[in-house]
Design a protein around this ligand. Structure first.
Ligand SMILES: [Zn+2]
Length: 74
């Protein structure tokens, strides 16, 4: 099935997006590492999200820390 998604700015058919790292500034607690998703034709940002690779890494560290903590209790 052909992809019919269109960029809302330039109306190009979207079959892929450009992903770039971006810092998400917060009022407190330091910036989060994010990614922007941009149209490859007009380069306008269509969406921004937390960087999924950083999120995966941070969750793995939390789980490992919890596992290490439970081992110490035994
Ligand atoms: Zn576009």
């Amino acid at each position: 099935m052909a992809n019919k998604s269109k960029c809302p700015y330039c109306n190009a058919t979207i079959t892929r997006l450009n992903v770039e790292e971006i810092e998400l500034e917060r009022d407190a607690g330091g910036p989060w590492k994010g990614v922007s998703y941009a149209c490859p034709v007009c380069r306008k940002i269509l969406s921004v999200n937390v960087n999924p690779e950083v999120l995966k890494h941070d969750v793995a560290l939390l789980v490992q820390g919890a596992l290490d903590g439970s081992k110490k209790l035994k």
